[in-house]
Design a protein around this ligand. Structure first.
Ligand code: HEC
Ligand code: HEC
Length: 252
């Protein structure tokens, strides 16, 4: 009996399909209840978005461009998955969203830098608790050439390694970042000719080497967040001073 009904349905489907030019999906197929989406797939997609936004946010903060940091920060604060996340991480998620909102509303680069460091640390806190290690490709080491641009790109590489070290989290990548951060200050001949800037650049070289040394001896996450935040704020303080013409993400 049911076989009969099925045949009849199939015949009807064929008829309807033929009537519609045979190009459409049989309605019986469409009527099937949709499989519930696997929560992990939704989470993974959201996580890729998270990573892309964090990258843009970090670059904007480094550039001292608080306005540009607001959009990705707002996205992170407002677009997190509500299902499929590891149990017991609700507070971490809430704290991450709160800090992203702080970046979105920041009016000075210091607050933006600190809150960015906090956001990134919460990414890693959840992954660690879930015992999940996202595979994030390592940033490419820039070619070692003399000159200020390469010097800057090396520091960008260091900042990228550090934030990946916090997001994954990975002690190895964090340590690679600290090593990259401690690159030799610019050679005299490679320094920009602007007298005031020469002094700033000189101080930057010494300051970040000191910071990298201190951070090497700081194993806990609170200290890491503080040092990474300070590093970012240092970049912003110089780039921001000179308008939005210096720093990552500026078309050359
Ligand atoms: C509340 C927990 C939680 C927070 C917060 C969190 N993640 Fe995740 N993340 C996960 C889980 C769970 C997975 C594994 C998803 C899966 O099953 O593929 C994941 C996976 C990832 C992946 C790998 C995706 C893939 O499968 O290829 C990346 C990249 C990632 N997260 C980045 C981030 C970034 C960046 C942040 C912070 C802005 C963040 N995550 C915050 C829980 C979290
Ligand atoms: C004392 C001032 C100063 C500080 C501090 C500083 N920068 Fe820069 N940055 C510059 C100047 C000047 C340029 C423009 C160089 C050029 O293109 O001639 C620049 C450009 C850049 C660029 C663009 C390079 C290119 O042309 O592709 C990046 C990336 C960058 N900085 C990253 C950083 C990072 C990361 C930090 C912090 C760790 C940082 N900078 C700290 C002065 C500074």
């Amino acid at each position: 009996m049911s076989g009969c009904t099925r045949l009849l349905t199939l015949a009807l489907v064929a008829l309807i399909a033929a009537a519609c030019g045979g190009t459409q999906q049989p309605p019986a197929e469409q009527a099937k209840p949709a499989e519930p989406a696997a929560p992990a797939a939704g989470v993974a997609a959201a996580m890729h978005e998270n990573l892309a936004r964090v990258t843009v946010m970090q670059e904007a903060v480094i550039r001292g461009d608080i306005e540009a940091a607001a959009e990705p920060a707002k996205w992170i604060a407002e677009n997190q998955p509500t299902a499929g996340l590891p149990a017991g991480q609700e507070t971490v998620l809430a704290d991450m969203k709160k800090q992203a909102a702080v970046v979105a509303g920041a009016t000075d680069f210091k607050n933006a830098a600190t809150a960015t460091a906090m956001v990134v640390s919460y990414c890693g806190a959840c992954h660690k608790a879930a015992q999940y290690t996202p595979s994030i490709p390592e940033p490419v080491k820039p070619a070692a050439e003399p000159g200020i641009r390469t010097y800057m790109v090396e520091h960008q590489w260091a900042a990228d390694l550090l934030y990946q070290g916090l997001v994954i989290p990975s002690e190895e990548r964090w340590q690679q970042g600290l090593a990259a951060m401690a690159v030799a200050p610019l050679a005299e001949k490679d320094r920009p000719k602007d007298a005031a800037l020469t002094k700033e650049i000189l101080e930057m070289g010494k300051k970040v080497q000191e910071l990298a040394g201190k951070a090497k001896a700081a194993p806990d996450i609170g200290m890491k967040v503080a040092y990474y935040g300070e590093y970012l704020a240092g970049c912003a303080s110089c780039h921001g001073l000179h308008g939005k013409v210096w720093g990552p993400g500026i078309p050359k």
